[in-house]
Design a protein around this ligand. Structure first.
Ligand code: AP5
Ligand code: ZN
Length: 215
């Protein structure tokens, strides 16, 4: 099962990826999580990525394509993968197709979660996540039992630096300009599945599950 999960910032990719992971035995590869991990460890990659992330820009294609190719070459990806937040540009999509073709594979489903912009802004501005286990909550839609504390591990809940101020607007603009063309790209390949993400989490997941079970 070689699946990619697309959708604008706040569409619910990470939330759905957690459910997919619990139901299908394929690794979840999120470039956003990989970059945030590198930022928190203070590596060279993290220092480079942070410059772009904090202002809502995309990390350059050369950097991003390199880390994804390396990750896809690992053993656990032999049985398939769920890519979340990659590809995000046509250049990344083409590089992915080339890398997969070399090992006799291809993208089997491109799942695009669409949500109106006002809902995206509401979701992003209320999101908080655990510093320790990375679990994601929402102040209104999915609040933790005790304010500021993770239900799963007791860790501290914090807001992402790019979920504040101008970075939010910029991320939505960048998505519209650079990532939206991928919808046509995958439509042409016949692998596109568009899912209405403006419903409750389990309704969205039920549709995604159907797509995945059909592969
Ligand atoms: P990334 O981490 O990928 O962020 P994003 O695409 O902006 O997506 P988000 O994490 O904001 O949203 P999501 O769709 O996962 O939503 P979530 O499930 O959390 O990328 C961050 C940055 O890294 C980029 O800006 C860029 O700089 C860099 N980067 C990453 N990949 C790159 C690439 N390929 N190339 C270049 N640069 C790259 O949900 C949001 C909130 O809504 C949560 O609070 C959640 O609880 C709530 N929620 C979710 N679903 C529902 C629902 N159905 N109903 C109500 N609330 C819901
Ligand atoms: Zn936690």
């Amino acid at each position: 099962m070689n699946v990619i999960l697309m959708g604008p910032p706040g569409a619910g990719k990470g939330t759905q990826a957690d459910l997919i992971k619990a139901n299908f035995p394929i690794p979840h590869i999120s470039t956003g999580d990989m970059f945030r991990d590198a930022v928190s460890k203070g590596t060279d990659l993290g220092k480079e990525a942070k410059k772009y992330m904090d202002s809502g820009q995309l990390v350059p294609d050369e950097v991003t394509i390199g880390i994804v190719e390396e990750r896809l070459a690992q053993d656990d990806c032999k049985k398939g993968f769920l890519l979340d937040g990659f590809p995000r540009t046509v250049k990344q999509a083409e590089a992915l197709d080339r890398a997969l073709a070399q090992i006799g594979k291809k993208v089997e489903a491109a799942i695009d979660i669409y949500v109106p912009e006002d809902v995206l802004v509401e979701r992003i501005s209320g999101r908080i996540s655990c510093k320790n286990c990375k679990a994601v909550y929402h102040l209104t839609f999915n609040p933790p039992a005790k304010a500021g504390v993770c239900d799963k591990c007791g860790g501290e809940l914090v807001q992402r630096s790019d979920d504040q101020g101008e970075a939010v607007k910029k991320r939505l603009e960048v998505y519209a300009e650079q990532t939206n063309p991928l919808i046509e790209y995958y439509e042409k390949q016949g692998t596109l599945h568009r899912i209405d993400g403006n419903r409750n989490t389990m309704e969205v997941f039920a549709d995604i599950k159907k797509v995945m079970e059909s592969l």
